[in-house]
Design a protein around this ligand. Structure first.
Ligand code: FAD
Length: 434
């Protein structure tokens, strides 16, 4: 009977090391480093980060989301989930461990779909943590529905020429290259007419119109989400990533992993808010005792604990399913469920923690405002909640097989008659007892 909630002792040792290392060495950086974790040119920040990265490498825990052929551990998603629910506590920790988004997702698709030359030029330095990358897909007029994208690439001899607009291209300002999704054939079904390109960030014609700020606690105040115009940007033909027309297949590979990894880190974020809530409940005095002695506060703590446990189990199960099937498509329903659950548990727990802190809770001296925005972002980025609910419902209904004896929504009288006949002896007995 394989239904095991325990962690192997050897891996638990690694988790204990990660926990201590993040708590003592990395989390304090969140309070002193103000720049972006993606800015590799920030010498001040890099001077603090590089030695920590070396310690992680020496421990053999660098880029664990990757297989051994790419220098990772090939841990699989369950182990990654257990790691990420520690790393997610600090905005610097994923960079220190070589698994920060969106670079981790971009590395995944370069590894899957890149040519040897693309891997050498773009993947290797990304894996080594030397450069940052950007995923440039969403357009100002089209996000949740990518079939409406209009940014075009037209073939011109040995080059492709890209024209159009993208926005919310996170970290473009720090990136060495961008992975851009564009229409290459407007005359076929959009699912077959779009392609991905690797675009060097210094290619002539890239204009960053502005960098938009999202006031999350994990971001810099200047804004990291670029609104980009591509003015006839030329890339060599060998910068096509994967097949022409293959953008949606690549996007799904990337987003499947990206969504579940966000969820793993969200467990940590929510856990942090919950810790703060408990600390407040036990330390704040009221006329009759601590906040924690009041039943309405206890209800908030109980609800939060239950919701975090539910979410964590949902994430771990989805991770286990990915390991089992090794195919994001087969696990779409589970990943979509995690994606839908994530903003709600994040919002609800943070809101309760914020409320229990009173005035200081809503101030800029606590992280709750930024966490509330981050919770909302989780329900928008990588596709809004509504779209993922539709995915779940469609898959559930597609796989639904009517069981012969479940409570039916139709033909109830006929089934009831059959049940009465089957259990006639019991019913007679009941009547006899009355
Ligand atoms: C912090 C942050 C970082 C991001 N980083 C990146 C990045 O690096 N690269 C990138 O390409 N994109 C990025 N995005 C963009 C993100 O992927 C899009 O915001 C998302 O896909 C939604 O698109 P939209 O903003 O155009 O919203 P819209 O498509 O306009 O949707 C707005 C709302 O309409 C409703 N809605 C839309 N479609 C449906 C539907 N089918 N059914 C029911 N309701 C619907 C939902 O309530 C939805 O929230 C980022 C976004 C944020 C907030």
């Amino acid at each position: 009977m394989a239904w095991d909630f325990e962690t192997e002792p050897e891996f638990q040792q690694e988790l204990d090391w990660i926990d201590g290392f993040v708590r003592n060495e990395v989390e304090p950086l969140d309070l002193v480093l103000v720049g972006s974790q993606y800015d590799k040119r920030d010498e001040h920040a890099m001077a603090a980060i590089r030695p920590l990265q070396d310690a992680v490498r020496a421990r053999g825990l660098w880029a664990c989301h990757l297989g051994p052929e790419l220098g990772g551990k090939g841990y699989g998603q369950v182990k990654l989930a257990l790691m990420n629910e520690i790393l997610g506590r600090s905005r610097w920790a994923p960079s220190v461990f070589g698994c920060q988004p969106p670079d981790s997702g971009n590395a995944e698709i370069l590894a899957h779909f890149g040519t040897p030359a693309q891997k050498e030029r773009y993947l290797q330095p990304l894996l080594d943590g030397e450069i940052a990358s950007c995923y440039s897909m969403t357009e100002p007029h089209a996000g949740a529905d990518p079939t409406l994208f209009t940014t075009r690439a037209v073939r011109d001899g040995d080059e492709w020429v890209i024209t159009g607009e993208k926005w919310f291209s996170s970290n473009a300002r720090y990136a060495t290259f961008l992975i851009v999704m564009v229409v290459t054939n407007p005359d076929v079904d959009p699912y077959k007419g779009m392609s991905m390109f690797i675009v060097p960030a210094d290619a002539p014609g890239i204009e960053i119109v502005r960098n938009i700020a999202v006031p999350m606690h994990t971001e810099t105040a200047e804004g990291d989400h670029a609104y980009i115009r591509y003015h006839d940007v030329r890339v060599p033909a060998d910068h096509l990533l994967g097949d022409e027309g293959g953008a949606f297949v690549i996007a799904q590979t990337r987003l499947g992993g990206g969504r579940i990894h966000h969820a793993m880190r969200t467990i940590a974020e929510v856990g942090k808010a919950f810790d703060m809530m408990c600390e407040r409940a036990l330390s704040r005095q009221t006329r009759t005792g601590t906040l924690g002695s009041l039943q309405m506060v206890q209800e908030r703590i109980a609800d939060s604990w239950i919701e975090i446990q539910q979410f964590r189990l949902l994430v771990l199960h989805a991770a286990w399913m990915i390991d089992r099937h090794q195919d994001y498509k087969k696990v779409r329903k589970h990943i979509a469920a995690v994606k839908v659950a994530m903003p709600k548990v994040y919002h609800d727990v943070v809101q309760r923690a914020m409320h229990l802190h009173g005035a200081i809770g809503v101030s800029n001296e606590m992280p709750f405002n930024g966490m509330m925005v981050a919770a909302e972002v989780m329900g928008i980025a990588d596709g809004p909640t509504e779209v993922h609910k539709v995915t779940i419902a469609r898959q559930v209904l597609r796989d639904y097989k009517p069981a012969p004896t479940v409570w039916p929504s139709q033909h109830l009288p006929a089934r009831e008659a059959a049940a009465r006949e089957k259990y006639a002896h019991l019913l007679e007995h009941e009547v006899g007892n009355q």
